[in-house]
Design a protein around this ligand. Structure first.
Ligand code: HEC
Length: 158
């Protein structure tokens, strides 16, 4: 019996290797990318790149184990979920109200150690943010939030 179950598992494992969700890799231009519309200093860009962009832009740097199912599905789910909540490549396409809200959420997530996801940090040691890196991100996001809110008030007053 145990042998049969094992055989079945092996077959299922092999079978699922043939299924691959579409990768989050786009060569399309991203005119709404945040850095094209707002100031994103170099140090902030660097942090976003190593710690956030894999799940919050249109381009993920895939690790080798993404080739092995069911990891592919697991990673795809995080990327799709992350992008749906916040996509830095589509940022300027959001309403000003939504932009400000998302940036406020960035501050909250960083302060609460909610992002990057724990499972991501486990493997990407360079994504574990130091206190300094967190402060850089928080300060940038707080200023950006103010800038967007001012822009929104001006827009509404017109
Ligand atoms: C491994 C993928 C992954 C990485 C890396 C990651 N996130 Fe996320 N992020 C998610 C997912 C999935 C969600 C939605 C579910 C949740 O909130 O847990 C999310 C949600 C968020 C939200 C909430 C948006 C909302 O709708 O309120 C913010 C803000 C956020 N992430 C910011 C960041 C920042 C900043 C970084 C880098 C420091 C980061 N994330 C790194 C996957 C990721």
């Amino acid at each position: 019996m145990a042998k049969k179950i094992l055989m079945l598992l092996v077959i299922v494992f092999i079978a699922i290797q043939f299924f691959h969700p579409v990768k989050n890799i786009s060569s399309a231009p991203t005119p709404n990318a945040i850095a094209l519309h707002y100031e994103v200093p170099h140090d902030v860009q660097t942090i976003l790149k190593v710690a956030c962009n894999d799940c919050h832009t249109n381009n993920t740097r895939y690790p080798w184990y993404n080739k092995i199912q069911p990891t592919t599905w697991y990673l795809a789910k995080h990327v799709n979920d992350g992008k749906r909540h916040l996509n830095f490549d589509e940022f300027a396409g959001y309403t000003l109200k939504k932009q400000a809200h998302k940036i406020d959420e960035v501050v909250k997530e960083i302060k609460n150690d909610g992002m990057p996801l724990t499972s991501y940090n486990l493997i990407h040691s360079d994504a574990r943010l130091t206190v300094d890196q967190k402060n850089v991100l928080i300060k940038w996001a707080e200023n950006l939030s103010k800038e967007i809110k001012t822009k929104n008030t001006t827009a509404l007053a017109k």
